[in-house]
Each structure stands twice: as structure tokens, then as C-alpha cells.
Design a binder for this molecule. Structure first.
Ligand SMILES: NC(=O)C1=CN([C@@H]2O[C@H](COP(=O)(O)OP(=O)(O)OC[C@H]3O[C@@H](n4cnc5c(N)ncnc54)[C@H](O)[C@@H]3O)[C@@H](O)[C@H]2O)C=CC1
Ligand SMILES: O=C(O)C1=N[C@H](C(=O)O)C[C@H](O)C1
Length: 253
């Protein structure tokens, strides 16, 4: 069966990657693509006006929508998909708590899968972190993420997910963002550092240090294609699920 998808944010960096990756797959077809700056073709697909999203959902009836846009539009698209009963896959980061609540509300009417990072490497890094942190009890932890100079949100969605993983296995810790002036480390804090430079697709390092040793767990995305491939795997997997909230780790099982 071919899974048909709608793509939002089609003229964005990730939207283009998703359309390029979809063109190389036999199990997926693109029903439509939208952007708030429509008009151009991306990867041979006509890009339509984001304002017509609900109408496009009704006329094309896709199996799933793949969204990499911004927090406000992500919620609007999720609500429209919920109303239409269409599966919604999103990698949009920078959502507020209220944004996540709205996304979870959409999941009561349609299948919704949010992942702050669609790479398999980050899924493996998260498992390694959850093992390393309790094994290295009391070690200092510093998390550094590096992204391209056009990224809006900081720290990255992936960094926030990893921080939640650390809290899960070690208990809530104080998050110290950057360091300046008289700023000695306090016991148990987690230092968080965000760097923005060039066209770096995404790097995350978790550094654990203590007991005269250090362990560094680092992931580097070589290109955005890795995120697009994971999101399309998620769309193919999610398309025929019941309404509910799903996690990327379930796709990888
Ligand atoms: N989960 C993951 O694996 C990944 C997540 N991301 C996230 O995806 C999102 C998009 O990233 P990029 O493609 O680099 O950004 P971008 O700025 O290149 O593209 C965003 C697109 O969404 C559109 N957009 C934004 N607000 C909109 C609105 N209100 N209505 C309609 N369209 C709107 C923009 O016009 C643009 O076409 C970010 O939140 C980023 O952090 C990016 C890469 C991987
Ligand atoms: O904006 C990006 O580019 C990325 N955003 C995601 C995040 O915020 O974690 C995932 C990836 O690192 C690329």
C-alpha cells in the first residue's frame, strides 16, 4: 500500500528535505504541499497556500501530514488534522507547554507523533545517556548543542528532550544556561550551551565528568536528510494507527 502524505512548510529547509526524500521512496506519495510563501515548485511538487490547508485535507484526504514549521502553525495544522481524522507527524520544536497541551488534545481525535529529533543516532544516544547517568553517579553533566545560524529556538528541542531524560533517571536538576562572570558550578546542576554557526545540521554532546575521568557522548547529523528519512518512516508507520499520542521510539522497535 502506498501512503499518501501532505507536507507543510514545503519551502523551508526541512520541508524541501522531506519532499526530496519522499520522491525517492516507493511506499509514499505526496498528495499536496503547502507553505505560507506558495507559488514555487519544490522537488517537482507544486507548493500551495498554507491558508488552504483545511480544504486541501478535505479534497486530497491524505493518510498523514508531515510538519516541520513553527510552533503556532504546527498547532493549527495539528488541529485541522484532528478535525479531519488525519495522522499528524511533527518535528517542529520550540513549542510552549500550552503548545504541547494543544498537540496532545489533537491526539484525542487523530494519531499524533511528535519527535524533537527523527535520527536513529539520537535515539541511540538517548538510550546511552539513560544508562550512563545512573552508572556515573555524582559526575558533573554539561550538554552542548550546535546548529546552523538560522535556527530560532534555543536550546534545541533535542537538548530539552535529553535534559528530560537526565531528570527522569537522576531526579530534577537545576539547568544552568551558559556561564559568565563569577559562576562556579553547584552540585547536581546541568550546564546547557547552545552554539549557532554556519549550516551545521545538528550536533549534541553530553559530557559527564568526575572521578578523574570524563565520558563524552556525541551525535552529529551529516545532513538534514537523516531527519527527513526518520519523519517519513514515522508517517508510514503512523498512517493507519488509532487516535493517540505516539513516540518515535515505537517506530524503531
Ligand atoms: N525533529 C527533527 O528531527 C527536526 C526538527 N526541526 C525543526 O523543524 C522546524 C523547521 O525547521 P526548518 O525547516 O529548518 O525551518 P525553516 O524556517 O527553514 O522552515 C520553516 C517553514 O515553515 C513555514 N512556516 C513557519 N511558520 C508558518 C506559519 N505560521 N504558517 C505556515 N508556514 C509557516 C516557513 O514559511 C518555512 O517554510 C524547526 O522547529 C526545527 O527546529 C528541524 C530539523 C529536524
Ligand atoms: O532546527 C534544526 O535544524 C534542528 N532542530 C531540531 C532540534 O531543535 O532539536 C533537531 C535537529 O537537531 C535539527
Amino acid at each position: 500500500m502506498t501512503v499518501s502524505i501532505g507536507v507543510t512548510g514545503a519551502t523551508g529547509r526541512m520541508g524541501g528535505e522531506v519532499l526530496a526524500a519522499a520522491a525517492d521512496r516507493d511506499d509514499l506519495s505526496v498528495a499536496f504541499a503547502v507553505s505560507r510563501s506558495p507559488g514555487d515548485e519544490v522537488e517537482g511538487v507544486a507548493v500551495e497556500d498554507a491558508a488552504d490547508f483545511a480544504d486541501l485535507l478535505a479534497s486530497h484526504d491524505p493518510d498523514a501530514v508531515v510538519d516541520f514549521t513553527g510552533p503556532a502553525s504546527c498547532i493549527e495544522y495539528a488541529s485541522a488534522c484532528a478535525e479531519a481524522g488525519v495522522a499528524f507527524v511533527t518535528g517542529t520544536t520550540g513549542l510552549s507547554e500550552g503548545g504541547f497541551d494543544a498537540l496532545r488534545e489533537a491526539a484525542s481525535e487523530a494519531p499524533v507523533l511528535y519527535a524533537s529529533n527523527f535520527s536513529r543516532g539520537i535515539a541511540a544516544l538517548r538510550r546511552a545517556v539513560r544508562e550512563a547517568v545512573p552508572a556515573l553517579d555524582g559526575y558533573d553533566i554539561e550538554l552542548t548543542e550546535t546548529h546552523h545560524n538560522a535556527k530560532r529556538d534555543a536550546p534545541s528541542g533535542t537538548a530539552l528532550t535529553i535534559l528530560d531524560d537526565i531528570d527522569d533517571v537522576r531526579g530534577d536538576s537545576e539547568r544552568v544556561h551558559g556561564r559568565e562572570g563569577e559562576a562556579p558550578r553547584s552540585e547536581g546542576e546541568v550546564g546547557v550551551h547552545a552554539r549557532r554557526a554556519g549550516d551545521i545540521a545538528g550536533e549534541h554532546e553530553v559530557l559527564l565528568a568526575g572521578n578523574h575521568e570524563s565520558l563524552s557522548l556525541t551525535h552529529r547529523a551529516g545532513s538534514r536528510g537523516v531527519f527527513a528519512a526518520g519523519a517519513l518512516d514515522a508517517a508510514a508507520w503512523l498512517a493507519d494507527r488509532d487516535a493517540g499520542w505516539y513516540d518515535f521510539t515505537e517506530v524503531l522497535e
